[in-house]
Design a protein around this ligand. Sequence first.
Ligand code: FAD
Length: 397
Amino acid sequence: MDRVIVVGGGLAGVRAVEALRARGHTGALTLVSAERHRPYDRPPLSKAVLAGDTDDTTVDADWDALRCDLLLGERATGLRPGARGGVVTSTAGDLPFDGLVIATGAAPIRLPGDGRQRVLRTIDDARGLRAALTPGARIVIVGAGWIGAEVATAAAHRGCAVTVAEAADTPLAGALGPEAGALTAPWYAEAGVGLRTGVKVAAVEDGGLALADGGRIEADEVVAGIGVRPVLDWLEGSGLLLERGVATDASFRVLTQDGAPRPDIVAVGDCAAWWSGRYGRRLLVEHWDTALNAPETAAATLLGQDAVYDAVPYFWSEQFGRMVQYAGGHTGSERIVHRGDPAGAGWAVAWLTGDRLDAILTVNRPRDLVQARRVIAARTPVDPSALADPGVPVRQA
Ligand code: FAD
């Protein structure tokens, strides 16, 4: 393969470059990224960067040794696939390729309205938001999801007057469901953060939020933490199958609209909806662990090597002084088992179907997470009553 183009300079993009070289690609390699920064890590943006503990999260990569041309601050605008290979059109001109990695990630969803709102996706967003987190500033965060909780943590720590407005009845309802999400609600009050649930925002206006019920929340800063959407606009008209993300098979080969996989184009990271044999459906996993590890499989696929990705999804979050971790997938699970007292310092919640462990949420119990992830991956049965006892390791029955 002579020329490989990687579109997107996030973690998935840089990991694809590294994996392509490690797996023997000797031809030309170009990474095109809309951001002017070299690839950097995003998880610290809502943690150490907002806290003021670091200002630089650049991924440690030796670009000279990787022999990769970096086109930073340039955007792919279209894709014209040929019978084999094709052309990426971009703000830097036409980029012909024999192999293509699509890694354009996701972009934050914004609230309606003309008032000023912030989102948190880039290092520039994080630096701008940090400067606004001054003592006493009224910070209103819309969305009590992962990002909303982390921004609230940082803002409260910096002495702001923080309110989190959530449309659902509990925090993390979308990610965890209301029963598990409700267990995190007390953390807000403990941290001095106002949590308002069941709030429907009509619009962001100057100086605050207009609510659907006619009410208003005054704010010096509004931060939207209401989720992300995969960046697919540049692929419209390319003939690729675009669902919630770029549809791929279990080896990250993109599918054309007639459902046929293309061996010369792979998609990976937050923009990819990949087929999971484990779950029997396509997964769109917007988490760091997938962006870190899946490109290894995608690079192997592009180079004609056999590889399938079958990992158990994993995610972590640091909120209100707690390490929160989740592994697995609980869609369709039959029941929840509590492991330890949610009012205590460390506890977990497990989702089960019969005696199969589907997923686990751990709070300050990293060992449980590691053990459970292993059991979930192996699909070995568990004893539910042992699982409910925090004194017993998470293990196969
Ligand atoms: P991205 O990181 O989104 O990178 C995509 C890149 O492509 C971007 O630089 C974008 O500008 C560029 N691009 C887009 N369109 C084009 C185009 N047309 N042409 C060229 N370039 C383009 N995950 C966890 O598991 N735990 C955490 O604690 C956690 N914390 C997070 C905190 C924050 C603030 C954020 C934003 C994310 C967090 N995540 C976390 C999620 C994790 O960072 C993402 O899953 C990961 O960054 C995805 O990497 P990616 O390379 O697929 O996409």
